[in-house]
Design a protein around this ligand. Sequence first.
Ligand SMILES: [Zn+2]
Ligand SMILES: [Zn+2]
Length: 334
Amino acid sequence: MEHGDGIWSIPVPIPDNPLGHTLVYVVDTDRGPVLVDTGWDDPASYDALAHGLTAIGTSLADVHGVLVTHHHPDHHGLSGKVREASGAWIAMHPADAAVVRRARGARPGLWLDYLAAKLAAAGAPEEHLAPLRAVRAERRAADVPGLRPALPDREIVPGERVPLAGRAVRAVWTPGHTPGHVCLFEEDGRRLFSGDHLLPGISPHIGLYEDPDDATAGDPLGDYLDSLERVARLDPAEVLPAHEHAFTGAGARVRELLDHHTARLASLRALIAEAPRTPWQLAEAMQWNRPWEQIPFPSRNIAVAEAEAHLRRLVKLGHAEPVPGSDPVAYTAA
Ligand SMILES: [Zn+2]
Ligand SMILES: [Zn+2]
């Protein structure tokens, strides 16, 4: 789809995923096309990207650079293959580049061990942990090389213009969804490439930043809410998100998302005021788009991460506190 002024979007499918596709943006510059994100690493997705580029009169081999909004595989998955085909540079915020480096350096099984330990600490029951351990045991035997996300060549520096010949595009650091998420603000057209930070209909997942080497993991929901206000202050004329569709009215959308999280924080606080709850028990008691019993196991991991991010925020605000001596740790209203 053509967005005008040398900007196009190409829907790159995400296989077996309700999100459907990633919108990869193509920005024409004096040095050749630069992509914002690349899409999922899958042959059909690669073909869709290649055909999309041909359809707008360029090609994969012509790509000059790749700006990655964040490290998730539906955004960064094909970056390595695009670089192979074109010699393009890949730029990313250092905090997400660190996540990529860790993923590449991790011994097989580390991630599953970390997930199982984290879920146990959040109060997950044995029936939830057992299948994870089973997968872990299988993987140890097979030991197939995992996904190896591409290391970026360049850093995206917050507040500075990204190096796009003939274009004024500024990087806006918007941590929350990931620690190094960035939006890109095109100063002439006042358009904002928003990645997963600001989407017209979806509230992006906010969990704790996942770092097996760091138990503190910050306050991602607090970061996200600050980042929302940061992009609202830019007052973009149009938002070009990585999923769904382009939209206007960024300020109103930001307000909706802030209100959503304010309401969620209030309802969580009410739940822990009733009785102390572990993050797992809180996730079970929270409102989701279907009953807890019907939520598949992998989605429960996401739900409990969401509950933990909200708890972390309540603790930072002084509205919740851990119950001394509880194990797994339960939280109560403060
Ligand atoms: Zn994402
Ligand atoms: Zn995404």
